[in-house]
Write a protein that binds this ligand. Sequence first.
Ligand code: BDR
Ligand code: CA
Length: 305
Amino acid sequence: MILDVDTGIDDAWGIYYALTAPGLDTLALTTVFGNADLDTTTRNTLLVAEWLNASVPVYRGADAPLLRPWGGPVPAFHGVNGLGDVCLPSPLRKAQAGHAADIMRTLVKAHPGEITIVAVARLTNLARALLADPSLVPLIPRVVLMGGAAFVPGNLTPVAEANIWGDPEAAQVVFQSGVPITMVGLDVTMTARLTQDDLDRWQATGPLPHVLKEATAFYIGAYQKDNPGNLGWCPVHDPLAVAVAEFPDLVGTQRYPVTIETRGQWTDGMTVVDARPNVAPSSVEVALHLDQERFQKLLKSRLLS
Ligand code: BDR
Ligand code: CA
């Protein structure tokens, strides 16, 4: 697979999952603006890969949406440095030459029908790859993406989830491309939880666990401020999408046509799900139910052990 990230606290967990999962082979990490600017998300991605001793190449991608100016970072949830403002060293490695969208095209063409794209950030890189070369569509077996909100509220606006809201035109390109999509949105990711108790019990040794433990406490704090009923947990959006790439039946899905609102006064970035009966067949499977027990077991045995 190729993992597209805007590292970000939950992205860091997603990379951790991807690079340690026995059932996944990550050929490249590609970066995009989002939780922070592109330089910061790339630096964070390089650091996480380095801490995992992984030789996976990292490619920089888009630094702004396809058509709009960038709306700015999300420091309230991810900190100014994207990793909860934990003090960070500089990475030893640099990103590879070449744009993320180009490496997506190259890898998909080199392994036709074999590469799942897992996108846990704005969909700008993938949209650019598909716009540059529409013949990629039948060569991509599946895109598993963290994004959208089908039948639950949004998180950036009342109806829009951050990854879609952050570049709605790019999301529309991807959703309308016909490529098979599993949309792992807020319907399931808000129920994929990591608690402060889990963190306290974690014997975190080494730089990645240490940074993740501290950064995730910051993330939990942000979710608590956002929701006073929250007694100490955060959703782990991005690792859930990666886990679904490894175990598709971790979530129950339903096929619906999904269109992205790009011109709404109040609804920009909304994933408009057509749940009427007898609508046209769709290439989009929307995740609506999470096997909680299995996900919690995975989290604990793979990442928190
Ligand atoms: C998504 O937005 C980003 O802030 C997170 O990393 C995640 O991918 C959640 O809406
Ligand atoms: Ca992300």
